[in-house]
Design a protein. Structure first.
Length: 359
């Protein structure tokens, strides 16, 4: 078998957690076309189950995806286009020294089974979480052949949110982090323990690529702030500092902004209506997460969040999103701020549980 893998079939199952962008600033476009951002990400207790199995073989990779609701997999890419497949391929190629694609000499097969609970094209990082889980699982099954820095570097080449997913799975955050660059430079910050969120997912999804395209067309790569050309307010950085200081949630909410929010609401007015419905039902703040389409509201208790999630105003706003997407159902999720998810099962190997915490 490939370096680090044993001549036996072994499996590891992980919970790949969703994230919310509590603040997201786009600070410019790089020469390679990618975008530099500053963001604060918070893990929540909504997760996909990812099981990775390795066995002696010829380097074949298979990915199977199921879901708690059929609509959750409607927009999930299949085969080699699935980000979990890309993660497995990158990992094996890295072990073989290629670092950039297929694994020509691999002597193992990799089977990935994903049971999705995280909606797709919603800005919740579900695909990145799945990819991070595949990388972490393969590394553990191979006997930690890659350092965490190397593993995160592999993840960064797959997707901007993958390094945070790896941080969370390796228990190196307290559930939240400030990230910059394209998302690969990460500093853990104290999470919003005790906070609850209503995550409202319209029937439609929004493509990250398309949303960055809209941003480029609007601003031509200039530094901007909160949807206009005003001088840049470092909202994500200020929010991270306030979280480190232990400021009250009411103060933190005043620092939560997302440069995609107004662009997304222009494209899909339902987003603005959902955000207003959350505020009308007690949210301390409401905001698009990532590039959308999900909108979240912050609440002080589970009871308040549950009541808001069931409100007529919110359900009416979400139902309007079904107009052009009758086959898709909008989703409302009540979630808590979460510590990093842990491994939930394995055969043939014990998942690692140690991890340094960074201040």
């Amino acid at each position: 078998m490939s370096s680090g893998f044993r001549e036996t079939e072994r499996s590891l199952r992980l919970r790949a957690g969703a994230k919310l962008n509590l603040a997201l600033d786009i600070v410019g476009r790089r020469a390679d076309g990618r975008h530099n951002i500053e963001t604060v990400m918070q893990s929540v207790n909504l997760a996909d189950d990812v099981e990775v199995t390795v066995r002696p073989g010829q380097g074949r990779i298979s990915v199977q995806v199921g879901a708690t609701r059929p609509g959750l997999v409607a927009r999930v890419p299949e085969g080699e286009h699935n980000i979990a497949h890309k993660a497995a391929s990158r990992f094996l190629a890295e072990l073989q020294g290629g670092g950039g694609g297929r694994c020509g000499g691999c002597r193992i097969d990799v089977d990935v089974r994903i049971h999705k609970s995280i909606p797709t094209e919603a800005g919740l990082g579900g695909g990145s979480a799945d990819a991070g889980a595949v990388l972490v699982a393969l590394n553990r099954l191979a006997g930690e052949v890659m350092t965490r820095d190397r593993l995160r570097a592999v993840g960064e080449r797959i997707g901007a949110d993958v390094p945070f997913a790896i941080y969370a799975l390796e228990r190196e955050t307290t559930g939240a982090a400030f990230a910059r660059g394209v998302g690969e430079v990460i500093q853990p910050v104290p999470g919003l323990a005790g906070s609850w969120f209503v995550i409202a997912v319209p029937a439609f999804g929004l493509s990250t690529r398309d949303m960055y395209g809209l941003w480029d067309a609007r601003f031509d790569g200039h530094i901007i702030g909160n949807g206009d050309r005003d001088a840049k307010r470092p909202c994500a950085r200020a929010l991270a500092d306030a979280m480190i200081r232990g400021e009250r949630i009411e103060h933190l909410c005043g620092l939560m902004t997302n440069d995609f929010h107004s662009l997304a609401a222009e494209q899909r007015p339902e987003i603005g209506r959902v955000a207003r419905a959350l505020m009308e039902n007690g949210a301390l703040c409401s905001l698009l997460t990532g590039s959308g389409s999900a909108v979240f509201g912050v609440f002080g208790s589970e009871g308040e969040a549950t009541a808001a999630s069931q409100s007529n105003e919110l359900q009416r706003a979400l139902s309007e999103s079904r107009g052009a997407f009758p086959e898709q159902d909008p989703v409302t999720i009540v979630a808590a701020a979460a510590a990093p998810p842990a491994a939930i099962g394995s055969t043939g190997v014990q998942p690692g549980t140690s991890g340094r915490r960074l201040g």
